[in-house]
Design a protein around this ligand. Structure first.
Ligand SMILES: C[S@@+](CC[C@H](N)C(=O)[O-])C[C@H]1O[C@@H](n2cnc3c(N)ncnc32)[C@H](O)[C@@H]1O
Ligand code: SF4
Length: 377
């Protein structure tokens, strides 16, 4: 049982190249430079050869950066490299695209390499917002999505909100426009202004917390009216279109991370790859790795699991960690306070507390789970 639970079934592959750099972006990315691509792909191939143990994967996710900015030639090289990853029959194979890169030739190529899910960074329809984000505002998103639908039905679009100067009317129009695109998955992101970004350096400030909360509520209200099932704090889908790959993370399951800046989690070890492209292409892939203690593993299981609106599967948890999470003191206390809901199968954060779930999650960090395990077997 344990072996089945722990086997690696997912891989994330990072392509760091971008044609332009967005004002808020703290991801591991570099400007597209033709002469870097081949050595990057050579090293990606070497990294996979060095670490991949031949497991059959259920999900592969190619993210970035902007994977879609590679030429057709380089994409063929990339897919030839990734071809050595073994796949199950029901593989979810996602590819991230920026709208401006979408064209028939790209979509046909992705289809021919068995990509079956697209994730597209739409972000907003509002020109002023897109200008602040330093993203293209001259793209006809609706016709791009129509083109994608000719080849793929499983499509995610990203929506960013809580951008400085944004108000509820702007967001409301954005949500309407997103709903109109009629795709089965929407990921939402409240803007984080990280250090070392153009936004931070230009002294942009976050909108106030109250407005952020109103925006979050508006998103949930509107999307649920259109049958988007709110299945994770920030993710919404039509039934059956939940992201299997991201559920790997939230279910605290193992996954490979390949490429510069990628992270992975295998055999209780969390590792981060270097964020330096120079180091990566000189063959130094790993930055650090850290074997998690039993306590850290359980903390992650709670913190990640509670991101899902249905929360933690009790049986799954019991099989994996050796005790019933329902029986531990902190869970009992939070159930009494109505902050957690519990039934025979799941423990979840009460919907009224989802927005402030961080306070609840902190309570799971100060516990000795070895003791809990012994007392609650
Ligand atoms: C992994 S990123 C990169 C994907 C792709 N390059 C793009 O820009 O669409 C995926 C999403 O994270 C979100 N994101 C990135 N940086 C963010 C930030 N600082 N705050 C909030 N959301 C962010 C954006 O919505 C973006 O589409
Ligand atoms: S947000 Fe996406 S496209 Fe923009 S710089 Fe970051 S990775 Fe590149």
């Amino acid at each position: 049982m344990e072996d089945l639970v722990n086997k690696v079934k997912s891989a994330y592959i990072h392509i760091p190249f971008c044609n332009t750099i967005c004002s808020y972006c703290d991801f591991c990315k570099v400007y597209y430079k033709t002469n870097l691509i081949d050595s990057y792909l050579d090293n990606l191939s070497k990294e996979i050869d060095e670490y991949y143990k031949g497991e059959i994967l259920d999900t592969i996710y190619i993210g970035g950066g902007t994977p879609s900015c590679l030429s057709i030639d380089k994409l063929n090289r990339l897919f030839n490299i990734i071809d050595k990853l073994k796949r199950s029959n029901n593989l979810e194979f996602t590819f991230e695209c920026n709208p401006e890169d979408i064209n028939e030739e790209l979509l046909k190529l992705l289809k021919s390499w068995e990509i079956n899910r697209l994730s597209i960074g739409v972000e907003s329809f509002n020109k002023d917002i897109l200008k602040i984000l330093n993203r293209r505002y001259d793209i006809d998103i609706s016709s791009k999505i129509d083109m994608c639908k000719k080849y793929f039905d499983n499509i995610n679009i990203d929506l960013m909100y809580a951008i400085p100067s944004e108000n509820l009317d702007i967001l409301n129009n954005d949500i309407d426009a997103f709903i109109k695109l009629d795709v089965p998955h929407i990921s939402t992101y409240s803007l984080i202004i990280n250090k070392n970004t153009v936004m931070y350096n230009n002294h942009y400030k976050n909108i106030d917390d109250e407005l952020d909360y109103e925006m979050y509520k508006l998103i949930i209200d509107k999307l649920s009216k259109y049958n988007y099932h709110h299945y994770e704090i920030s993710n919404f889908s039509k039934i059956g279109y939940e992201s299997k790959h991201n559920l790997t993370y939230w279910n605290n399951k193992y996954y490979y991370g390949f490429g510069v800046g990628a992270s992975g989690y295998i055999d209780n070890i969390r590792y981060d790859n270097t964020r330096s492209i120079t180091k990566y292409i000189s063959g130094c892939y790993r930055l650090d790795s850290n074997k998690l203690s039993y306590n850290e593993e359980i903390e992650n299981a709670f913190i990640l699991g509670f991101r899902k609106i249905d929360g933690i599967d009790i049986n799954d948890f019991k099989n994996r960690y050796g005790f019933n999470p329902k029986n531990i003191d902190i869970v009992k206390k939070l159930v009494k306070q109505n902050k957690l809901d519990v039934n025979e199968y799941n423990i979840k954060i009460n919907n009224d507390y989802i927005y402030t779930s961080n306070d609840i999650l902190c309570e799971f960090l100060a516990i000795n789970y070895e003791i809990e395990k012994n007392e609650n077997k």
